[in-house]
Design a protein around this ligand. Structure first.
Ligand code: PBG
Length: 334
């Protein structure tokens, strides 16, 4: 940022002048949050008429396909442009190779089709990674030593992406952190006629302690052995995040994501300053749960905490934010 020379001094200069009234604060705001900035993550589960609360994620539930369609209508009516879907796959459909991800009638595909049918004007972003489908809870295929195989996993991710695109997904969001998957998925989408299906790469995704409640929500937490540090990024690193972003953009990503959000605002800003591309952040499950715990403990006001964090993402340079507060925040703004 270039510095502006200050020509006046106190008392001619009083920075509090423009802050004195609400109208003036509104007029001088450098960043604004809008419902169109928000992407709403939703968890889908089997059955009809089902709402399953997730205890580690207060206020968030898994919904059956029929009920997720209701959520999609609420989102559209609140001005939210896009949903991010995650499936809670039945245990008997999970396997070591995650092959349920390739089933054209899996829970994800049924949810995508139902939403596209009823609410065609809302975008659908789909997560590409194998963790909701594997019996071991890892995002990819394992070798005998338990190491996650890169190139073999990409072959399955290509199939998963084409399966989601065929069902009607608008944005494919690979969250697996395999090297080279964006290019491979882009090539497969082009070859399969999905020219306008976007890719939002989870480019800088960290091996974070903030994903716990999400793993409860998709039912992988009890299954997961070990950690994801051999593919997700080390929280110590920032230069590496820029290399990850550069690599995904070179492979054809339309937009990139930084995840988690609030502890990584420095990464968002660095990516925005370096690359002229849309940058999204994921305010992840543990961040949401942390705010909810603070609210429950009487340590803060939900609306104020949520809106301040979401605005902070905009200030850091985000084009948009994936947040469990999306509907609540959009309605507060409405
Ligand atoms: C799956 C995936 C995860 C999240 C989004 N996609 C979990 C993980 O990598 O273990 C986390 C989202 C959240 O915590 O809200 N690869």
């Amino acid at each position: 940022m270039s510095s502006t020379p200050i020509t006046a001094a106190y008392p001619a200069l009083r920075l509090r002048r423009t802050r004195a009234t609400a109208w003036s604060r509104a007029m001088h705001a450098e960043n604004r949050l809008h419902p169109a900035d928000l992407i709403w993550p939703l968890f889908v589960t089997e059955g009809t008429g089902v709402e399953e609360p997730i205890s580690s994620l207060p206020g968030v539930a898994r919904w059956s396909v029929d009920r997720i369609v209701e959520r999609a209508k609420e989102a559209r009516d609140a001005g939210i442009p896009c949903l991010a879907l995650f499936p809670n796959t039945q245990p008997e459909r999970r396997s070591d190779d995650g092959r349920e991800a390739l089933n054209p009638d899996n829970l994800m595909c049924r949810a995508i089709r139902a939403i596209k049918d009823a609410v065609p004007d809302i975008g659908i972003l789909t997560d590409v990674a194998l963790d909701p489908y594997t019996a071991h809870g890892q995002d990819g295929l394992l070798d005998a030593s338990g190491y996650i195989l890169n190139d073999e996993t990409i072959e399955v991710l290509i199939g998963q992406s084409l399966n989601q695109a065929a069902a009607g997904a608008d944005i494919i969001a690979p969250s697996d952190m395999m090297d080279g998957r964006v290019g491979a998925i882009r090539a497969a989408l082009e070859a399969d006629g999905h020219r306008n299906v976007q890719i939002m790469a989870y480019a800088a995704k960290y091996a974070s302690a903030f994903y716990g409640p999400f793993r409860d929500a998709v039912g992988s937490s009890g299954l997961l052995k070990g950690d994801k540090k051999s593919y997700q990024m080390d929280p110590a690193n920032s230069e590496e995040a820029l290399r990850e972003v550069a690599m995904d953009l070179a492979e054809g990503a339309d937009s990139v994501m930084v995840k988690p959000g609030l502890p990584y605002l420095d990464i968002i800003r660095a990516v925005k300053d370096r690359f002229e591309v849309p940058v999204f952040a994921y305010q992840v499950s543990g961040e949401y749960a942390m705010i909810e715990a603070a609210v429950a403990a009487g340590a803060g006001d939900r609306d104020a905490l949520a809106m301040e964090t979401l605005l902070a993402f905009k200030r850091a340079g985000c084009t948009g934010i994936l947040t469990y507060y999306a509907l609540h925040a959009a309605r507060l703004m409405g």
